[in-house]
Design a protein around this ligand. Sequence first.
Ligand SMILES: Cc1ncc(COP(=O)(O)O)c(C=O)c1O
Length: 355
Amino acid sequence: MKYNFYAGPAILPQEVMKAAAAAIVDFNEMGLSLLEISHRSKPFVAVMDEARSLVKELLDIGNDHEVLFLGGGASTQFSMVPMNLLDENGHAAYIDTGRWASNAIKDAQLFGHVDIIASSKDKNYAYIPKDYDIAPHYTYLHLTSNNTIYGTQFKTFPQTSVPLVCDMSSDIFSRPIDINRFDLIYAGAQKNMGPAGVTLVIVRKSALGKVSRKLGAMLDYNHHIKGESMYNTPPVFNVYVSMLTMRWIKNQGGVTAIQQQNDVKSSVLYSEIVRNSLFYTPVEGEDRSDMNVSFLLHNKDLEPLFLEKCAEAGCVGLNGHRSVGGFRASIYNAMSVEGVKVLTDVMKDFEAKYG
Ligand SMILES: Cc1ncc(COP(=O)(O)O)c(C=O)c1O
């Protein structure tokens, strides 16, 4: 038994893994694998329908928004969003909170005018910018709700009349969201949803069809809406596993119950980091992510030894991202409170021996 703290691809519930494995051998007692049936067959259409309706149910999404499961990672959305929403002469505002936000900015600059209205680059992205103006003329404001690499998270979203577009790849389904604030949300699957390679897109229908550029069918949200996420062959396995994970979230009591669990996990871990004399976190208090907890040792020389002790206790995937160093514990929805306590016990023992 391992406690999986990888940032992504990341931990999924054990029961989801088991059901997914079984469906590869024999799906719905059909005598066929999920991987070898037509995506147009009734059993798979039912999977896609259930996946889309579970997203709507879990996030309380009404009829103004459409739910899509698209191929390609979240990075595809860095281009697809401005292609579909931003005219060549239009202006979009972006907040630069690190690597993924910067990648989104670079791609958007190919399609229209982009203003970086705030950035936390000055402190290696260890906080969420707060003081900035959002001029009302922007077509949209793009945010990255959770910054996987640095461990920062928007706890609230800016109050503005400008429509919000948000990359929620690493905190989708971790807390309730007010969908009416967003024209578009996208999330790669590989943290809280399923296998890498499928991306959830939630888009307000009335935000589409306003740009003058011509789009290839696969790059046009409207084509995917018309095709009910089946314009081409969808990544069937990824959609199936995502659907199973959403069923699991629903069985846990939905995203409100999941958020309560996530709050417990993150406060157990941050309290230990703050209490323990050997460790610290560079992330500003109010911006600390409930999904990715970034922390360091005051004495860097002890890093390999700490990782060794973690591994002995079954805790894996704790290396920090190379641009931050130290450690990162990703405690996504499927991580148990018990798993976090195993990690904090290792930290306590470490302090007792080396403090
Ligand atoms: C917040 C965020 N956005 C985007 C991405 C890129 O996702 P993908 O690899 O699916 O393109 C990641 C990957 O970790 C991420 O954490």
